[in-house]
Design a binder for this molecule. Structure first.
Ligand code: FES
Ligand code: MG
Length: 580
């Protein structure tokens, strides 16, 4: 039984078959698609794959079923055939030991399914921190037409008359609880208020940042980053995304024509202008690496010095993603920094960013996206540091740091690993003062492994109780985008591969000068060489089997995005940004 319709579009990839007898292979496919209850000419239309990343362990993707329904509706309205299929899904709180360990696995799952399945274009649906980068990495390597859809942010909650949201307020309240400013009853009460609905964290954490970055890259529809997960806006965006995916298939507009250096520059610019998560830098380095571009940290720092922070979102500011949406979302921000963007960059709409911005809604009064003359932070929200402690670089989100700690000289108090930190940080006898520098080793890509978000070292309990809110903290790990403090991250090379960080000892003096972009260990070169010699043979045990072994054998350092070497593009074409 066949339904009457237009002739098959023979140029489509979905008409290609695997091997051997082509006619027989198609015969089999048609038999199986009919077995699924379809009439056989559905395969004559553009086949749009929809990546389903629902999981009972992923409340950030809790609206997936409705999103898929809306995408399917859009695909069918445009004459395509939608087919959803699963890949693995990652949630920040339910991925042990860290979701970052599994990001590359998800990217491989995504890439290989996109290669294997007979799809002409795909809709990537992600949301929680690592999922969007994993999907963009995989799709970039697969090189097929693709469009990103995000699940959208969660709603905020209210605690005793005050708006709260995950996870800046999770950390804020937990800090107060540790400092004994609030009691057990209140911390239990606020726990039920922090996550107001399904959807991704409601502040400028990694999920919100990557949603915005995907829009700036031109990989998702204009205005699609900010609408919350449970809104009608979000569902209409899903429908429009499905419709547009059919256009992508028909035009064979591949991802590589969108992910150009110009697009990466726009994404880095938006990351800075929104005061976004430092993690996005690692993810953008990884996505760029799949396309043949490396992240030039020094040029990024120069770009940062010229980019104001305009979006007033937590953790650096006051508002939440739902407020950003009401204020006009990313298109409004892009209009405000129009002169700093590459307007000729092509987007998934088939039009340039400039053409899209020409049609963006007219600006109206609001308080979330500031005008250029009244920025939240003048410039340099993320600074790149170098020095004998971080020869390949380190970063600090100075927009979320204490201004008085940005120039600091202090005594190092060293923790050898996350376990060592957990065992001693709250010890009443720990020899530590407020102006010391807390140093945590071995939480880098190889060290932990997976570069967990352990860089947000807690203030030792006895100091927290005495009212200390912030200290200079240094590690080779990452920090959640929802966290704030004077925290130096991504120190490279990391301790576990013999970076200088490995040789810091308690009592050493460390100099941090964000003004000079310096991270310096005040120990002579001879002494450091002697310490390096002594430490040989004291390597921490590494995983010996399975994915964890593959990970530590192949993972790159933070500045290369912690991607696997064998997944990076064969040829490096150039750096991004191309100039500061
Ligand atoms: Fe999923 Fe924060 S835990 S976005
Ligand atoms: Mg996060």
């Amino acid at each position: 039984m066949t339904a009457g319709r237009a002739a098959p579009q023979t140029g489509l990839r979905s008409n290609l078959v695997n091997y051997g007898d082509a006619e027989f292979a198609l015969f089999l496919r048609k038999a199986f698609i009919k077995g699924a209850g379809y009439t056989d000419d559905v395969l004559d239309r553009p086949v749009i794959g929809i990546i389903d990343t629902a999981s009972g362990f992923n409340p950030c993707h809790g609206n997936m079923a409705q999103l898929i329904q809306a995408v399917e509706r859009g695909v069918m309205m445009a004459g395509g055939f939608p087919v959803s299929f699963p890949t693995i899904s990652l949630h920040e709180s339910f991925s042990h030991p860290t979701s970052m360990l599994l990001r590359n696995l998800m990217s491989m799952d995504t890439e290989e399914m996109l290669r294997a399945l007979p799809v002409d274009a795909m809709v990537l649906i992600g949301g929680c921190d690592k999922t969007v980068p994993a999907q963009l990495m995989g799709a970039a390597s697969a090189g097929r037409p693709a469009i990103q859809l995000v699940t959208g942010s969660m709603l905020t909650g209210s605690h005793r008359g005050r708006t709260v949201g995950a996870c800046t307020d999770c950390r804020g309240f937990w800090g107060k609880y540790r400092a004994e400013e609030i009691d057990g009853e209140e911390i239990t009460e606020v726990n039920g208020r922090l996550v107001g609905s399904v959807g991704t964290c409601s502040v400028a954490g990694t999920a919100s940042t990557m949603a915005s970055v995907a829009e700036a890259l031109g990989m998702s529809l204009p205005g699609s980053a900010a609408p919350p997960a449970v809104t009608a806006d979000r569902m209409r965006i899903a429908e429009l995304t499905g419709r547009r995916a059919v256009g992508l298939a028909e035009e064979q507009l591949t991802i590589n024509t969108i992910l150009t250096p110009a697009a990466f520059e726009n994404a880095l610019r938006v990351l800075l202008a929104m005061g976004g998560s430092t993690n996005a830098l690692v993810h953008l380095a990884a996505i760029a690496g799949r396309c043949g571009y490396f992240l030039d940290l020094d040029l990024f720092d120069r770009m940062s010095r010229k980019t104001p922070v305009l979006v007033d979102l937590k953790p650096a500011g006051h508002h939440y993603m739902e407020d950003l949406h009401q204020a006009g979302g990313i298109p409004r921000l892009l209009q405000e920094i129009r002169d700093l963007l590459n307007l000729d960059a092509l987007t998934v709409t088939g039009r340039t960013l400039g053409e899209e911005l020409d049609e963006a809604p007219a600006p109206f009064g609001q308080e979330v996206i500031r005008p250029r003359e009244a920025p939240v932070y003048l410039a340099g929200s993320i600074a790149v540091l170098r020095g004998n402690l971080a020869p390949a670089g380190a970063i600090i989100k100075q927009a979320a740091a204490s201004p008085e700690l940005l120039e600091h000289r202090g005594r190092a108090v060293v923790f050898e690993s996350a376990e060592d930190l957990a065992a001693r940080i709250d010890d009443e006898d720990l020899d530590v003062e407020a102006d010391d520098v807390l140093v945590l080793k071995n939480i880098g890509p190889v060290g932990a492994p997976g570069m967990p978000e352990g860089g947000y070292i807690p203030i030792p309990r006895k100091l927290a109780r005495a009212g200390v809110k912030d200290m200079v903290r240094i590690s080779d790990g990452r920090m959640s985008g929802t966290a704030a403090g004077s925290i130096v991250l991504h120190v490279s090379p990391e301790a576990a591969v013999g970076g200088p960080l490995q040789h810091v000892r308690t009592g050493d003096t460390i100099v941090l000068s964000v003004h000079r972009r310096l991270l310096h260990l005040d120990v002579s070169e001879e002494e450091l060489t002697a310490r390096a010699h002594d430490s040989k043979g004291h390597q921490r045990p590494r995983p010996t089997r399975g994915y964890a072994k593959l990970y530590v054998d192949e993972v790159t350092q933070a500045e290369e995005g912690c991607d696997f070497r064998f997944l990076q593009a064969d040829t490096i074409v150039s750096g991004v940004p191309r100039s500061g």
